[in-house]
Design a protein around this ligand. Structure first.
Ligand code: UDX
Length: 449
């Protein structure tokens, strides 16, 4: 099938490369000329495992093209995915101005039938607005609108796209559903030819859910808001565990065995970040407000999350008393492991709070996020290993659970630290072991540790 993907951000670029991988002809369009040049040279604008190889292979084999022209993409493709950014406005609402501009440009260039698919995370009723924009134009070419939300996680986006839990399609007409069904058929039946296909443990097809457009739009917001709420829930339980001497890791395990609850997204810590959860939660609260529903449940999930960085800093104060003039080593800056994404990363809040309290030096180490961190943080000494971060520091704070932090030589770390204090925002070590090693070790929701 001939496809155009507008927007080469995380969602757009992964979508384009993966659709090419399963045999489609794909043009990825972006108005940022530099970015397009960079991708054409084989350099990715984001860090995402497996993406670079995928883009290079599919471009090399003539299935994946890049352009700055929506006109060209519209002319050459039957299905057009809109995957441009929808950043939050000051009031928390999603800014849809790029979506609108792109729609005007598509409709100006349409000569015959096109299926327009919203892939960006957009508020409910965006599909109706897109339709309105198409109808407003005096180009009366036939078209369909569909919503096809993306559930990919940063760090495993390519595999998530090709091996999804489910595919959701929101349509008004069967014709649009049929085109998308055909497009996704190889993924649904797990029968495309790629080493990125995870052999299904059963041969069950991937569930495909076809709904109306509004339901599909809400599924995306509701899914992310639910997962964010689940994290805030376990973080609130962690606070209770601390006050009672219980261990949140055990509590989460005990809860997770109930299949109705499930064990994932019950990891207590310094809170969720990234460009999806905080933004989507806020946007869903705003959508509800506009529809005269006060979604206090989500507001509370948001409040709990905003408190997490402050709480981590409080733990440091419990160990060191005064933070003024202290040197603090920070391990992990990205909002989660396997990404260099710093957007809404808890590390930003934690570090700003430390600086506000007068910490003299922040020595930070992250395996990949340092270049991006420089755009968000000032007055940081970036170091090139966890040991350098520990060297001469009054305490070490763990904010992102990168695998390499689990295997550190802790005896060596202890020798390098000025005082043996570790505050662990992701519970990566065993409190008893840490005590045995002689650390003052504080983690999240594990009794008095
Ligand atoms: C998320 C959704 O998972 C994905 O389906 C959606 O389309 C985009 O948003 P992503 O932002 O890449 O993906 O990250 P995810 O792995 O979901 O983690 C989000 C945040 O929650 C991270 O900051 C992570 O550290 C935190 N988290 C996750 C917890 O604190 N505890 C958990 O148990 C799980």
């Amino acid at each position: 099938m001939k496809l155009c993907i507008i927007g080469t951000g995380h969602v757009g670029l992964v979508t384009g490369a993966c659709f090419a991988e399963i045999g489609n002809q794909v043009i990825c369009v972006d108005n940022d000329e530099e970015k397009i040049k960079m991708i054409k040279r084989g350099r990715m604008p984001i860090y995402e495992p497996e993406l670079e190889e995928l883009v290079k292979r599919n471009a090399g084999e003539g299935r994946l093209f890049f352009s700055t022209s929506i006109a060209e993409g519209t002319r050459k493709s039957r299905v057009i995915f809109i995957a441009v950014g929808t950043p939050p406005k000051e009031n928390g609402e999603a800014d849809l101005s790029s979506v609108e501009k792109v729609c005007r440009e598509i409709v100006r260039n349409m000569k015959d039938y096109r299926l327009i698919v919203e892939k960006s995370t957009v508020p409910v009723q965006t599909g109706q607005w897109i339709k309105h924009i198409f109808r407003l134009s005096n180009n009366h070419v036939d078209f369909d609108i569909a919503s096809n939300p993306e559930f990919l996680r940063e760090g495993s986006a390519v595999r998530d796209f090709l091996n999804p839990d489910r595919i959701v399609i929101g349509v008004e007409r069967e014709r649009a559903a049929e085109i998308l069904r055909q497009l996704y058929q190889p993924i649904i039946n797990r029968e495309f030819n790629s080493d990125l296909r995870i052999p299904a443990s059963s041969s069950d097809p991937v569930p495909l859910l076809v709904t109306d457009i509004q339901s599909s739009e809400i599924i995306k917001h509701a899914s992310n808001s639910f997962l964010a709420t689940k994290i805030s829930f376990i973080n609130a339980v962690a606070d209770l565990c601390e006050r009672t001497g219980a261990d949140v890791e055990k509590v989460a395990e005990g809860m997770g065995h109930d299949p109705r609850i499930g064990s994932s997204f019950l990891k207590a810590g310094v809170g969720f970040g990234g460009f999806c959860f905080p933004k989507d939660l806020q946007a869903f609260i705003r959508i509800a407000e506009k529809l005269n529903y006060d979604f206090t449940l989500l507001k509370e999930a948001q409040r709990i999350n905003k408190e997490r960085p402050r709480q981590l800093v409080r733990k440091l104060e419990e160990a060191l008393w005064i933070l003024k003039d202290k040197t603090i080593g920070v391990l992990g800056l990205s909002f989660k492991p396997y990404t260099d994404d710093m957007r809404f990363a808890p590390s930003i809040e934690v570090i700003k709070l430390l600086q506000k309290e007068g910490a003299k030096v922040i020595k930070a180490y992250d395996p990949v996020a340092t270049p991006n961190a420089k755009l968000f943080l000032n007055n940081i000494e970036y170091v090139s290993s966890p040991y350098e971060a520990a060297s001469g520091s009054d305490a070490l704070v763990i904010i992102t659970e990168w695998e390499e932090f689990r295997n550190l030589d802790l005896e060596k770390i202890k020798g390098l630290l000025e005082t043996p204090v570790i505050v662990d925002g992701r519970n990566i070590y065993d409190p008893r072991e840490m005590q045995k090693l002689g650390f003052i070790y504080k983690s999240i929701g594990r009794g008095s540790s």
